[in-house]
Design a binder for this molecule. Structure first.
Ligand code: NAD
Length: 421
């Protein structure tokens, strides 16, 4: 992670609030609506005793934050991460609220997290932790209330265990309680790559308005998990980009004439990291961000682009698949330097959009083919990009503030219509 200046706050929730404040000013939001949208409506803190394989019991802390449900049931992933904090979960829940609003799906925003290190846990321990989490948060989630999904270090298997535990609590199957499930348990086709695919559609539209030819454009990707790996394969497939650098938590690799994403994925599957990929030069995560590329894709964690390294970012487009990779101070520097930022809650909204499609399919018990998912996702992402682009032009503001203006306006309208304020 980059070093921040001493004054710069890296608290993700303080950042989320500061971003909202900027949009509130442009929208002349009434003070009460603004105050309501600055805080989560509801949050649950849970303590989870879990039996470990060696016979001991370990106690984990978990959270579920339901940020705002004015537009519909809340929705948001669950992270398993050693550095998870309640403020990270609050920020992510806020961003989910703006994300569902910017792509205009009838949902609110939520997020969950458990402080744990899944890399040091066996599958059986992870299963017991997943079930323990649902036993505690089960009382506040549900198809009509709040619908979790995968996020960092959680996956379809974990969603399946959670859906199963919820079915035991209810006494019947309610697959729509959680999305990102395996296909055999009511998952949607196209969910696995939806976040990256949605991001590629947004990059395609941005490239059109910027007059950039994506075929042959260079791309560097930080983070090589679900979002990053699919960004690499779909960047090549849908946009014709050349992937020159990728990284994960152990380090990065660079190859000027392009990496073969499938071969790098195989290497990571075999060795646990992209590091050491034959024929590529090693590169640090910090160096990757500063490469002279057409498209930079932060796809790991938050606060990687700060006031300290923002002046060195040379990419023409920064397409944020990660949540919260850029601090507000860095945003201002990128805006001044002409780096075209596709903000996280627009760029990575493909995941929640297909999760919403999954909920719709579960409700009808009728499943769509892959082409239908792709086509409907494309329509949602394209419309969202153009709504944000128009707001950016109209108010002469950066894309993140424009995305906030579009999203906050929609949530505020629902809050007023419901008579909350
Ligand atoms: P993941 O767990 O599949 O992958 C995370 C990747 O980041 C791993 O390759 C890991 O090695 C890497 N990483 C961790 N710490 C790092 C560091 N310090 N430097 C560089 N790389 C590091 O998670 P994911 O689902 O791909 O999520 C990545 C980001 O995308 C997160 O910010 C997440 O919130 C966001 N996101 C994901 C989805 C989704 O559907 N998967 C949807 C929206 C947003």
């Amino acid at each position: 992670m980059a070093e921040a200046t001493t004054q710069e706050t890296l608290n993700p929730f303080a950042i989320a609030q500061a971003q909202l404040d900027k949009a509130a000013e442009i929208l002349h939001l009434e003070p009460a609506v603004h105050a309501l949208l600055r805080e989560p409506i509801r949050e649950l803190h849970v303590t989870l005793p879990v039996k470990m394989d060696d016979g001991t019991t370990k106690v984990f802390k978990g959270f579920r934050v339901q940020y705002n449900d004015a537009r519909g049931p809340t929705k948001g992933g669950i992270r398993f991460h050693p550095d998870e904090t309640i403020d990270t979960v609050r920020a992510l829940a806020a961003w989910m609220t703006w994300k569902t609003a910017v792509v205009d799906i009838p949902l609110g925003g939520a997020k969950g997290g458990v402080i744990c290190n899944p890399k040091e846990m066996s599958p059986a321990e992870l299963e017991r932790l997943s079930r323990a989490y649902i036993r505690q948060v089960g009382r506040i989630i549900g198809l009509e209330k709040d619908v979790p999904a995968p996020d960092v270090y959680t996956n379809p298997q974990i969603m399946a265990w959670m859906a199963d535990e919820y079915a035991f609590l209810k006494g019947y199957n309610e697959f729509g309680v959680i999305t990102g499930k395996p296909l055999a348990l009511g998952g949607s086709k196209g969910r696995n790559d939806a976040t990256a695919r949605g991001g590629m559609y947004v990059i395609r539209e941005a490239a059109k308005v910027l007059g950039i030819e994506t075929s042959g454009a260079t791309m560097a990707i930080q983070g090589f998990g679900n979002a990053g790996q699919y960004a690499a394969t779909l960047g090549r497939e849908l946009l014709g980009t050349v992937i020159v650098a990728v990284s994960d938590s152990k380090g990065g690799i660079y190859k000027a004439d392009g990496l073969d994403p499938d071969a790098v994925i195989r290497h990571k599957q075999e060795t646990g990291s992209v590091v050491g990929f034959p024929g590529a030069e090693p590169i640090s995560n910090a160096e990757l961000l500063e490469l002279e590329v057409d498209i930079l894709v932060p796809a790991a964690l938050e606060n990687v682009i700060t006031a300290a390294n923002a002046p060195n970012i040379k990419a023409r487009i920064s397409a944020e698949l990660a949540n919260g990779p850029t601090t507000p101070e860095a945003d201002e520097i990128l805006w001044k330097n002409g780096v075209y930022v596709l903000p996280d809650f627009l760029c990575n909204a493909g995941g929640v959009t297909v999760s919403y499609f999954e909920m719709v399919q579960n409700a009808y018990d009728y499943y769509w083919d892959l082409e239908t998912v792709h086509e409907r996702l494309d329509r949602k992402m394209t419309a969202a990009f153009h709504a944000v682009h128009e707001a950016a032009q109209r108010f002469d503001i950066d894309n993140r503030t424009a995305a906030y203006v579009v999203a906050v306006d929609r949530v505020a309208e629902a809050v007023r219509l419901r008579g909350w304020v």
